[in-house]
Design a protein around this ligand. Structure first.
Ligand SMILES: C[S@@+](CC[C@H](N)C(=O)[O-])C[C@H]1O[C@@H](n2cnc3c(N)ncnc32)[C@H](O)[C@@H]1O
Length: 274
């Protein structure tokens, strides 16, 4: 699943220099209306049922784990796992604050070496995780191992090759977005490859569904996403300071005219463990 060089703080959140900032960003993203709709649609597509025991790999601050806990109900159980101590601490705090403590637990750990016995979960999922990981295949194999035969293994990833932004400078926009997609993630095109990866991992009855997220308001999360792209391209010396500033100012101008537009395809894939 892995591609070019990487500069991605999600590979080691605790040593990224700003783990709390990343925790805030994950919650900001999770709070967007478009993301709440995406979560609902994805969990319905996977077919998570009341009473199920579900594993959320790369759970971060627990945005998806909390939605899962609502869905499995009092008889169900959700376990979130993430290598980041800071994110797991925040996930525990937010889970308790949401009153979901009894059906929701979090643990520190790596997706490629899950600390669970074989077949203990009805479903395992990873949401916007695999595109970041150079060893995504191993993580997927582990997710399959800990799921019971007949249970579901599901992945949701963005495909940054589909990021569409209405911008007056198309050439510069392509330069910034394409470079970021290719250099920042282990696989910025992960979404379109999920069907292939889940089949190659041996899952049965694999289904795939696109989910389009669209933003017409330039909110703080979307702003941080575009600013990060400019910062990276400057660090990689692909654009200079003036180009970056001009590019972001043109985005701000669209927002002031109330004509901001950004869309991004996510792809959800689910298969059955044989
Ligand atoms: C973009 S965040 C997604 C968090 C959460 N799934 C969500 O949708 O809000 C990616 C997450 O993957 C986690 N991660 C990084 N390396 C990992 C690994 N080897 N195994 C499992 N998770 C990992 C990061 O710590 C981070 O929480």
């Amino acid at each position: 699943m892995s591609r070019g060089p990487r500069d991605d703080p999600y590979l080691d959140v605790d040593r990224s220099g700003d783990p709390r900032g990343l925790a805030k960003l994950l919650e900001l993203r999770g709070g967007q209306g478009s993301q709440a709709a995406l979560r609902r649609a994805f969990l319905a597509f996977v077919g998570i049922r009341p009473g199920w025991r579900v594993l959320d790999v790369g759970c971060g601050t627990g945005v998806v784990s909390r939605a899962l806990a609502e869905r499995v109900g009092r008889a169900g159980r959700v376990e979130g796992i993430d290598p980041s101590r800071v994110l797991v601490r925040e996930a525990r705090r937010l889970g308790r604050a949401a009153g979901l403590g009894s059906r929701l637990a979090f643990r520190i750990g790596e997706g490629a070496a899950l600390p669970y016995p074989d077949g203990g979960f009805d479903a395992a999922m990873a949401v916007t995780v695999l595109l970041h990981l150079p060893d995504g295949e191993r993580v997927l194999r582990e997710m399959i191992r800990v799921t019971r035969p007949g249970g579901r293994v599901a992945v949701l990833d963005q495909d940054f090759g589909t990021l569409a932004l209405d911008h007056e400078d198309r050439a510069l926009t392509r330069r910034i977005l394409d470079a970021h997609t290719d250099r920042y993630y282990a696989d910025g095109w992960s979404g379109r490859a999920l069907l292939r990866h889940l089949r190659a991992a041996g899952l049965h009855r694999v289904r795939l569904r696109p989910f389009v997220v669209m933003e017409t308001v330039y909110d703080p999360y979307t702003r941080s996403m575009l600013e990060r792209r400019v910062e990276c391209c400057r660090r990689w010396r692909l654009i200079d300071r003036a180009e970056g500033r001009r590019w972001l100012e043109a985005v701000e101008a669209r927002a002031r005219e109330r004509s901001f537009f950004l869309s991004l395809n996510y792809y959800g894939a689910v298969g059955v463990r044989p």
